[in-house]
Design a protein around this ligand. Structure first.
Ligand code: NAD
Length: 294
């Protein structure tokens, strides 16, 4: 795994600063709690002020006074994001971990729900861009190592039918994070790296959770997903493709390869969900898994 022992890692380290958007619930909340356990200082940003205040108290109980900032922020509004950055830099003077994690998923199909498309892109794409445009300029000048973790989705890679607007927004996050990684790599003096965090099915509000429902066996808890992600960022991975209890990594790999094969081999769009290709796809996965075991 990581060439550096976890407790010595320069980024996930006592006293370093983490900024997390979408920190009030789900994966963002689990990340805030875990980074506080690692004795990091944590700035929590979210548009849901009530939940944010509750999570802020939980994080404070772990991190202690002076180590937590709770900053109501709508990432789709550049002014809010600039205020977030100013508060964090005024208070702590640096950012070690920037988690660009806030997102929404209202339905927008290809010719319906245009308002939802706009809302989704405002938060999931322009929210990520607002944060990058505001935080990268100071972060690239920091001498110590720092990371930006953008939360994408498998839906932005394999594009399963059902919510075209969410899928397209997450495809944009994949693309812009790859671009960011390259731009940072081209500046050898910079100690900042970008990472694309691709959660598996995680039991959160966005992942179908509700107070009256038990976690389905197939989903991971937000804590499991966050621990997996941290391990891979420590290891320096760019693509952090998380499994869950239903889909193991090898199956994800084959689904991704099949999707790319649609283009390379001239199959119909989204052939994985095309009745004529269903059995071919299943055979491809069966044979692929068997050859991986050899
Ligand atoms: N849960 C899954 O199965 C899953 C799978 C793949 C990717 N993801 C991604 O993980 C990330 C976290 O989602 P989650 O599953 O924890 O869902 P969640 O709904 O529990 O958390 C999302 C948080 O983002 C906040 N938010 C929404 N709009 C915002 C805005 N404009 N400004 C600031 N905060 C805003 C919400 O208030 C909420 O607290 C998202 O990027 C999501 O797309 C989740």
């Amino acid at each position: 795994m990581s060439p550096v022992a976890d407790e010595l890692h320069p980024v996930f380290h006592s006293g370093r600063v983490a900024v997390i958007t979408g920190a009030a619930s789900g994966i963002g909340r689990a990340a805030a709690l875990e980074l506080a356990r690692l004795q990091m200082r944590v700035a929590l940003a979210d548009v849901d002020e009530l939940k944010l205040a509750e999570t802020g108290k939980e994080v404070l109980a772990i991190a202690g006074e002076g180590n937590v900032l709770v900053i109501p922020t709508d990432v789709s509004k550049l002014d809010d994001v600039v205020r977030l950055k100013e508060k964090v830099y005024e208070t702590w003077g640096e950012v070690g971990v920037l988690m660009n994690n806030a997102a929404i998923g209202p339905k927008g199909t290809s010719w319906e729900g245009l308002d939802n498309w706009r809302k989704t892109f405002d938060v999931n794409v322009f929210g990520v861009l607002n944060v990058q445009h505001t935080f990268v300029p100071p972060m690239i000048h920091q001498e110590n190592q720092s990371v930006i973790i953008n939360t994408g989705s498998k839906q932005g890679i394999t594009n399963p039918p059902g919510n075209a607007s969410y899928n397209a927004s997450k495809a944009a996050v994949k693309s812009l994070t790859e671009g960011l990684a390259w731009e940072l790599r081209e500046r050898p003096a910079t100690n900042l790296t970008a990472h694309l965090f691709i959660p598996g099915w995680t039991y959160t509000a966005l992942g179908g959770a509700s107070p009256d429902k038990e976690k389905p066996a197939g989903a991971w808890t937000p804590e499991e997903t966050v621990l997996y992600m941290l391990d891979k960022v420590r290891n320096g991975d760019f693509y952090i493709l998380c499994p869950d209890n239903e889909t193991r990594r090898e199956v994800d790999q084959l689904r991704i390869m099949w999707g790319a094969g649609d283009i390379a081999e001239g199959r119909p769009a989204l052939s994985r969900w095309h009745p004529k290709y269903k059995s071919l796809f299943e055979e491809y996965v069966r044979e692929g898994l068997a050859s991986m075991q050899d």
